[in-house]
Design a protein around this ligand. Structure first.
Ligand code: SF4
Ligand code: SF4
Length: 239
């Protein structure tokens, strides 16, 4: 994102719109390019009275910022806009999370904080060390050079994005190792992340891993969401 410094009247209206605090005021408004995640909020809001914001098309690897931060950009491999993945939302149709498998998503970064891929890589490597299988149709997985180790392409490591979701499948017996690895790596990342656990419920409606997670020191906050669409459940889902 760029501001046309010739036309900026220095009103300061734009500062509050940036979710990363990347717009600073001197005589005119200036964008800190290292902190800007290319989310496009300043441009799309139309708040600037002098129409100063200029959206730029960046070459690789800076273009990864737009892919992970601008909800209007479509990820080229997954073809999903926004954060580039919808696997967990479509389990009733796709059956990705089968019985005895838990889906886990590390949601890294938030508006106001963001995340650099150096930290995304640390968490991915911790998950890999615990023996997870990374989700195929996920934009972070597409950035990996080695899914066995969670290593990412070196050129993206310094890039910053609003948020990134690492999705994986975890066999039930590996849940303790994953939680241990994540607790350890959480001490070494310079951002925030939350862990989503996606699972089928038992026939009585209870969460199968809740006791285990509680014993591992994880407080489970149960959130439910129903996406109503036109998908036809796959026969595999119910096996
Ligand atoms: S809103 Fe527009 S004119 Fe006002 S400071 Fe920001 S860039 Fe300049
Ligand atoms: S593109 Fe997003 S992060 Fe960059 S200056 Fe605009 S609002 Fe801030």
């Amino acid at each position: 994102m760029r501001i046309d410094l010739e036309t900026c009247i220095g009103c300061g209206l734009c500062v509050a719109y940036c979710p990363m605090g990347a717009i600073k005021m001197n005589e005119v408004a200036v964008i800190d390019a290292d902190e800007c995640v290319e989310c496009g909020v300043c441009f799309r809001s139309g708040m600037c009275p002098a129409d100063c914001f200029i959206e730029e098309v960046h070459p690789w690897p800076r273009s990864v910022r737009t892919l992970f931060s601008n909800p209007l950009s479509e990820h080229k491999e997954t073809r999903v806009p926004g954060r580039g993945t919808e696997e967990m939302k479509t389990n009733d149709v796709t059956g990705v999370y089968k019985k005895a498998l838990v889906g886990m998503t590390a949601e890294m970064g938030r508006p106001g904080v963001g995340t650099r891929f150096t930290d995304v890589e640390k968490v991915a490597q911790a998950l890999a060390a615990a023996g997870v299988k990374f989700a195929a149709q996920n934009p972070v997985t597409y950035l990996m050079v080695d899914q066995a180790t969670g290593k990412l392409k070196s050129e993206v490591l310094g890039e910053k994005v609003l948020s990134a979701m690492i999705e994986c499948l975890v066999p039930q017996e590996k849940i303790p190792a994953v939680i241990r690895e994540l607790k350890e790596v959480a001490q070494h990342v310079d951002t925030v992340f939350s862990l989503d656990i996606i699972t089928r419920l038992k026939p009585d409606g209870s969460v199968p891993w809740e006791k285990m997670l509680h014993e591992l020191g994880v407080t489970v906050s149960i959130n439910g969401k129903s996406n109503i669409g036109l998908g036809r459940p796959s026969a595999e889902v119910y096996q």
